[in-house]
Design a protein around this ligand. Structure first.
Ligand SMILES: Nc1ncnc2c1ncn2[C@@H]1O[C@H](COP(=O)(O)OP(=O)(O)OP(=O)(O)O)[C@@H](O)[C@H]1O
Ligand SMILES: [Mg+2]
Length: 263
């Protein structure tokens, strides 16, 4: 839909564009194509939900978008600029990943402050020098800046996910890839983390790729939704249309398997 493709006041290239992305793990006889010619478009400030069964390639796409995996073919563009281009390092910082398990993504031996400092200044992490930015990012997620001196194990799962969000935001990204960020959390904590993310998205005008198994949550947070199956895009469109009127049998199958959406 034309009016869904741009941010009000923006241009057609504002935000994140994934063009014909193919991702292959391994090489030679072990090469395995996990994502095939996937194209996605997330206008600035909007959220795209990425759904599909386990193993369909959601996290693999997420990793490519944040620069952890190099595209085997295709391009990833931010505001029309190729993220694999000359200013890749700077560009990649504009896109940050928050993943499912903050306990494994936070180094248990680093204080929270140090972990955030490393995100801000990879290699030269000096928590003292970056203290103001660290404190600000912790306050953004409603944590006491004193958390900077503590270690991951001293926090609950929900708090650790807040810390992971704070770390991602500390570099002032424009795009957040949220990969199953609530699936390891208890129900009540899930809602809390989700509401925080929605609030931040609004305040910071973040562009977001929201990966989740939970189709109800995806509908709640997404402007548009893309459905992946075996590494291929089977359907995408505005969230309301896709949920009320799925055209692909696989999308219908996914929705039917969620009790809330079955008629
Ligand atoms: N490092 C890797 N090397 C080889 N194959 C991999 C690697 N990581 C993932 N895969 C394979 O790629 C496919 C897609 O995996 P991916 O993790 O992207 O799926 P997903 O949609 O995120 O699944 P889930 O919902 O379980 O998180 C799977 O078949 C997986 O086994
Ligand atoms: Mg995954």
């Amino acid at each position: 839909m034309a009016d869904d493709d741009t941010t009000p006041g923006g241009t057609a290239t504002d935000g994140l564009t994934v063009e014909d992305l193919t991702l292959i793990y391994g090489s030679g006889r072990r090469a395995r194509t996990v994502v095939r010619s996937v194209s996605l478009r997330v206008p600035r400030g909007r959220t795209l939900g990425l759904v599909g069964e386990s193993g369909s390639g959601k996290s693999t796409i997420g990793k490519a978008v944040v620069g952890l995996l190099r595209p085997s073919a295709g391009r990833i563009l931010l505001d029309g600029q190729d993220l694999a281009g000359a200013r890749r390092r700077a560009a990649v910082r504009r896109v940050q990943l928050v993943s499912q398990d903050p306990y494994s993504s936070l180094n248990p031996r680093l204080t929270i402050g140090r972990a955030i400092a490393e995100a801000i200044d990879p290699g030269g992490a000096d928590a003292g020098r970056h203290f103001a930015a660290i404190a600000r990012s912790l306050e953004t997620v409603s944590l006491d800046p004193a958390a900077a001196w503590r270690y991951p194990h001293e926090f609950s799962g929900g708090q650790r996910q807040r810390i992971a969000i704070a770390r991602a935001l500390a570099v002032e990204p424009e795009v957040i890839v949220a990969d199953e960020i609530t699936s390891a959390l208890d129900c009540s904590v899930q809602a809390e983390v989700l509401n925080l993310l929605l609030d931040l998205r609004q305040r910071l005008a973040l562009t977001m790729v929201f990966i989740s198994h939970d189709l109800a949550v995806v509908r709640h947070v997404s402007d548009s939704v893309a459905v992946l199956r075996h590494g291929e895009l089977v359907e995408s469109g505005p969230a309301a249309t896709l949920y009320s009127n799925p055209t692909h049998p696989y999308t219908r199958h996914l929705l039917d398997s969620v009790p809330r959406f079955a008629e």
